[in-house]
Design a protein around this ligand. Structure first.
Ligand code: AMP
Length: 189
């Protein structure tokens, strides 16, 4: 049995991408590639990438596209990413999306499904303030929401024009959202 196994999750911060991606990754045994997690780890380790990314992450700004391009190019070529992946938090700009198209074609690959998790702002704010991550102060949360609407939201149009785009209402109980994603993944049967 095959099912869709190369997924792109996107949506505003706090939409539940990470939670959903983590669960599906475990259940479907495909790697969860969360660029935010990778960057936070790189910052903790003070690697070269970490040093380049730190100031941006702390302010809630996007890390430059070139840094992300390099990071994703390396990650998608790892052995565990050959049979599938869930991209969480990448792409976040049109440039990154175009880069991903090009990279996947170079690797003779493609994505199967783009999932956009849609949640109203008031709910996002509540959720993010309750999360207590180091970059989750009210100011950076506002900044990250602005960044999403100004720099990432145009990806909705970009992917909507293609097949295999699914917009999901993320303001529902977690298991319902998971179920809807799983059903969509089964369409790859
Ligand atoms: P996240 O955990 O997805 O909310 O990401 C945390 C932070 O990492 C963001 O606020 C950005 O500073 C940075 N980041 C993560 N993914 C990307 C990306 N695709 N492009 C640029 N910056 C990113």
């Amino acid at each position: 049995m095959t099912q869709y196994s190369r997924l792109i999750f996107f949506g505003p911060p706090g939409a539940g991408k990470g939670t959903q991606a983590k669960m599906l990754s475990k259940e479907c045994e495909i790697p969860h590639i969360a660029t935010g997690d990778i960057l936070r780890e790189a910052i903790a380790q003070q690697t070269e990438v970490g040093q380049k990314a730190q100031a941006y992450v702390e302010k809630g700004e996007l890390v430059p596209d070139e840094v992300l391009a390099e990071l994703i190019r390396n990650r998608l070529q790892q052995p565990d990413a050959q049979s599938g992946w869930i991209l969480d938090g990448f792409p976040r700009t049109l440039k990154q999306a175009q880069f991903l198209d090009q990279l996947l074609s170079e690797l003779n690959s493609s994505y199967d499904l783009v999932i956009y998790l849609d949640v109203p702002d008031e709910i996002l704010m509540e959720r993010l303030l309750g999360r207590g991550r180091q970059d989750d102060t009210e100011e950076t949360i506002r900044r990250r929401l602005d960044v999403f609407y100004n720099q990432t939201a145009e990806l909705i149009d970009f992917y909507q024009q293609r097949n295999h785009f699914l917009q999901i209402n993320g303001n529902r109980p977690l298991p319902e959202v998971t179920q809807q994603i799983k059903t969509a993944m089964q369409e790859g049967n």
